[in-house]
Structures are given as structure tokens and as C-alpha cells.
Design a protein around this ligand. Structure first.
Ligand code: TYD
Ligand code: MG
Length: 486
């Protein structure tokens, strides 16, 4: 007779305990235990199953033919870019993000474009799962299904109308039972692309825990992913980000899917960024940039223009344009700094959009190697537009903004800056300099402050219109901006 019938599962890391505790011993999260019914019988080990031997598995060499299904265009070029060139049939993609950021909008828009327009007869008025069919016979428009667990059919229709997609041939259903969804989709003519919005609302009826708990999320995702692999569907799962920034609480979901995309953005700003955190089929450093408008999300093909759009024509001190790189794409953003005397014993240092440790390093190098006095000064740093930059190549632009803010001399507004700073104050080259400079030239900039270039790079780069000023040591930069003018 089994005695214990319940167990306690940490909703943050998925660890299982026999007793409730206030704090999870494995991940340290507070108040994250949820009681669940233990499975009736634990799966036995190999030894228990007598009578049948296993079947030997054949080994093959790494070289050989590989069956790769062609990728499908998702209807949104920025989404294709982040996925590494389109959706892979049979793959599962998790799209995470804060509530209200636009996940449902993005996926409905993608499906709407992929599915094409419904033929005049038939599809109108089709509700529920019973009408799901993949046999449209039209290969350029794969059959697409949108299963909403959060919103009613009416709500999704309203949204579709708002985005001008009401005529699109997307098959819409409101369902939360994985058993029902599985019964609907597990057939040869299943839709080619399925969106589940969201995985936290789905439940498997042989588990007793509530939807949204670790066990339910894990079991539902497992079942849906198995189905997607078996039928060659592309599965797009929406996952909410929890308070501490993890998708669906447990990390377990991230291991199960082929790609994890996060959709981020500041609420006060119009633009949204789609990033790949994990991708089995492509690079993870590409970003997709969107702008939220009245009619859904608008793709931004040239993000630099968006991030520099709010720059007034005035020359102000404390602002420098950083020529950065996100994935393979150049991205120009403005870095702003403010330096002012502090009444506090420990002056405040606040950073938005950049690493605060890195700021401390740049400040230390400015003080120790260039003789700037910043003690007793408050320092604020902001990446305009709400973007987050992780590149060390922004060091020189940050330093320029700081020096300019402290001295009151503006950085020439038609110049871009990039370069990494070492602890001795030397300026080091960064990758893809030519790409950055080309973008600056394209956007009408006249010059650049950059690390010393090698002979080979300097020759024949086709950048005649740019005035390039090489900075080999941080003190050279300080000398330029701390004097009056250049
Ligand atoms: P939504 O896709 O519902 O977010 P999520 O699924 O990530 O929770 O996005 C909702 C927000 O987007 C909402 O605040 C309104 C805004 N929005 C627009 O500005 N324009 C639009 O055309 C749509 C559909 C939404
Ligand atoms: Mg939603």
C-alpha cells in the first residue's frame, strides 16, 4: 500500500519534495511549493521489467544524407530572421514575454499572413475544432490553426479585425484541454502551423494539479511537442514570463523546445524586440525589431532610424551615437549621460540599458588613467529608446558621453563612436568595423571616432565620405572633448 499520496513541487525550479517548506532547498525561491497528487505508480527501473531484452541500436557515421524539410516563411520577415531563416516543420518554438507585450498579436499576425485569404465559400463562420482541416491543396499557404486558451473566439476575432486579418484563412478555436486538442490535431490532414496561446492555460486531465503549475505545463508541452514531431507540424507555444523573468517558471520547458524566443520592450515605448535565447536551427544573436501600432505590429527594417528618430537637431552635451551591432545587423543608438554634483556621501550611479559593472569600469579608467575627477559626482547613463546593449564595443561611446557631460562640450552630432576600452585605457578594435561605418554613412553621418585600424582595413573600404578619427588611448578622447571645442 502506498502511504504518501501527495508531494510538493517547487513552481520555480520543478524540484519535488515530500514535505512542504517555505523556501525551496534547491533553488532558494520563497513560497513556491504547491501540493500535487503523486503519480499512482512511479516508473520502474529496467531491472523490474523481466522477460524482455532491449533491441540493439544501430550506430551510423556522421556523414550521410540528412532529411531536412524546407523552412516555411512565417509571413513576417523579422520573425524569420530570428528563427534563422523561417519556421522548421516539426519544430517547437516557445515565445515568451511579459503580459501585454504583444505575443498574441505577433503570432496571430504571422498566421494571418501565412494562411492567406480564405476562399469566398466555406471558412467563414467556421468555429471550433471540428472544422480543422489541412487539405487546402495550396502549398504556398499552409493551413494554420490558432488555439486560444486565454481569450474567447470573439476576442480573437475583434483583434483580427483590428489588424485587418478577418478575411484570413486561419482556423480559430478556443480550447484548453490537451486531450481535445490532441484529438483534433492528430490526423494526417492536420494544420501545418499551430499556435497555442498560452501553454499556462493548457491542462492534461489525468493530472490533478491546476493549469499553470509546473507539472501541468510540463505534461501539456510534452504531449503537444510529441504530436508536433509525429505530424510534422510547427508548434508555436506562448509562455508567460514569471515575476523573476523565467519563462513559465520552470526551466524544464526551455529544454523541451527547439527554440526559445523572447519578446521584449518597454511599456512606454512603441518598439518591441524579438530575440532568440536558444535556437537549434540557427544563430541566437539576431534580433527582430517591431513597432506596435494601431493595426498590429509593424516590422522595422531599419532599426537605427527608429532609435535615432527622436534626436533633435540641437547639439547637446552628454550624448554620443554608438555604432553597434546586433547579430549580423548594424544598429545605431544614442547613449546619454548626465554628471552632476551630489549631496550624498556615496554619489548615485544609475544605468538604464547597459551593464552597471561596465559603467563602473569605464569611470574607474577615466579617473585612474585620464585624470578626470568624478568622485562626488552623480552619474546617470541611459540608452535612448529603451534598448539594452550588451556589447563591450560601446565602452568608447559611453566614455565620450560621460566626458562630454562632465565638460559641457557636445560630441559632434554627425559622428558615431565605437571601441572597447581596456583597463590601462587603451582602445581596442571591435568586430565588423566596416559594417558599422557603412551604416553610419548610409544614415548621413559625417565622421567616426574609432579604434586604430589595421592597414588592410584602412585601404579600399569605400568610406570616402566619412572622416575617421582613430583613438588609440582614452586620454586622446578626453583631450578632444574636455577642451573647448575640437
Ligand atoms: P497582446 O498581443 O494581447 O499581448 P500578450 O499576448 O503578449 O499578452 O498585446 C496587447 C497589447 O498590444 C495591448 O496593450 C494593446 C496593444 N495593441 C496595439 O497597440 N495595437 C494592436 O493592433 C493590437 C492588436 C494590440
Ligand atoms: Mg496574449
Amino acid at each position: 500500500m502506498a502511504k504518501s499520496t501527495s508531494r510538493f513541487v517547487c513552481q520555480s525550479c520543478g524540484s519535488v519534495f515530500a514535505k512542504w517548506t517555505g523556501r525551496c532547498e534547491s533553488c532558494g525561491a520563497w513560497n513556491s511549493m504547491v501540493e500535487e497528487a503523486a503519480p499512482a505508480a512511479a516508473p520502474g527501473g529496467l531491472a523490474k521489467r523481466s522477460g524482455r531484452g532491449g533491441k540493439a541500436v544501430d550506430f551510423v557515421s556522421l556523414e550521410g544524407p540528412a532529411q531536412v524539410a524546407a523552412r516555411m516563411a512565417s509571413g513576417i520577415a523579422e520573425l524569420d530572421r530570428v528563427c534563422g531563416g523561417g519556421l522548421v516543420p516539426g519544430s517547437a518554438i516557445l515565445v515568451g514575454g511579459d503580459p501585454g507585450i504583444g505575443k498574441s498579436t505577433l503570432l496571430l499576425q504571422s498566421l494571418g499572413r501565412m494562411a492567406g485569404t480564405a476562399s469566398a465559400a466555406g471558412a467563414t463562420g467556421a468555429t471550433g475544432a471540428a472544422s480543422a482541416t489541412g487539405a487546402t491543396g495550396d502549398t504556398s499557404h499552409p493551413a494554420c490553426a490558432y488555439i486560444s486558451g486565454e481569450e474567447s473566439v470573439d476576442q480573437v476575432r475583434l483583434r483580427a479585425r483590428r489588424m485587418g486579418l478577418e478575411k484570413s484563412a486561419v482556423q480559430l478555436a478556443a480550447a484548453t484541454s490537451v486531450r481535445d486538442i490532441s484529438a483534433t490535431l492528430d490526423r494526417p490532414d492536420c494544420p501545418k502551423v499551430v499556435v497555442i496561446d498560452s501553454i499556462q492555460t493548457m491542462y492534461v486531465d489525468n493530472l490533478e494539479s491546476a493549469p499553470g503549475t509546473v507539472s501541468q505545463v510540463r505534461a501539456s508541452a510534452q504531449e503537444l511537442i510529441r504530436l508536433a514531431k509525429a505530424r510534422g507540424m510547427t508548434l508555436l507555444l506562448v509562455g508567460h514570463v514569471t515575476k523573476d523573468g523565467m519563462i513559465a517558471g520552470p526551466k524544464v520547458l526551455e529544454h523541451m523546445v527547439d527554440a526559445v524566443l523572447t519578446f521584449e520592450g518597454e511599456r512606454g515605448h512603441q518598439f518591441r524586440i524579438l530575440r532568440a535565447v536558444k535556437n537549434r536551427f540557427g544563430p541566437t544573436d539576431e534580433i527582430g525589431v517591431f513597432e506596435m501600432s494601431d493595426g498590429g505590429l509593424r516590422e522595422v527594417a531599419n532599426p537605427s532610424e527608429l532609435f535615432l528618430a527622436e534626436r533633435g537637431g540641437r547639439q547637446v552635451s552628454g550624448a554620443a551615437v554608438f555604432a553597434g551591432l546586433e547579430g549580423s545587423r548594424p544598429l545605431l543608438v544614442e547613449i546619454q549621460a548626465l554628471v552632476c554634483p551630489s549631496p550624498l556621501a556615496t554619489p548615485r550611479r544609475a544605468v538604464v540599458g547597459w551593464d552597471s559593472g561596465r559603467l563602473a569600469m569605464v569611470l574607474a579608467v577615466l579617473e585612474a588613467r585620464c585624470g578626470m575627477v568624478l568622485a562626488g559626482q552623480e552619474v546617470y547613463l541611459n540608452v535612448a529608446g529603451g534598448l539594452r546593449i550588451a556589447e563591450p564595443g560601446a565602452d568608447l561611446a559611453v566614455a565620450a558621453a560621460l566626458v562630454s557631460a562632465a565638460s559641457g562640450n557636445p560630441v559632434p552630432e554627425d559622428h558615431v563612436i565605437f571601441g572597447e576600452i581596456g583597463l590601462s585605457g587603451e582602445v581596442r578594435p571591435v568586430g565588423q568595423q566596416a559594417v558599422r561605418l557603412k551604416e553610419a554613412q548610409k544614415l548621413g553621418f559625417r565622421g567616426a571616432y574609432l579604434p586604430p585600424r589595421r592597414q588592410k582595413e584602412a585601404r579600399g573600404s569605400g568610406l570616402k565620405e566619412l572622416r575617421l578619427e582613430e583613438i588609440s588611448h582614452l586620454s586622446d578622447l578626453v583631450a578632444i572633448f574636455s577642451q573647448n571645442g575640437r
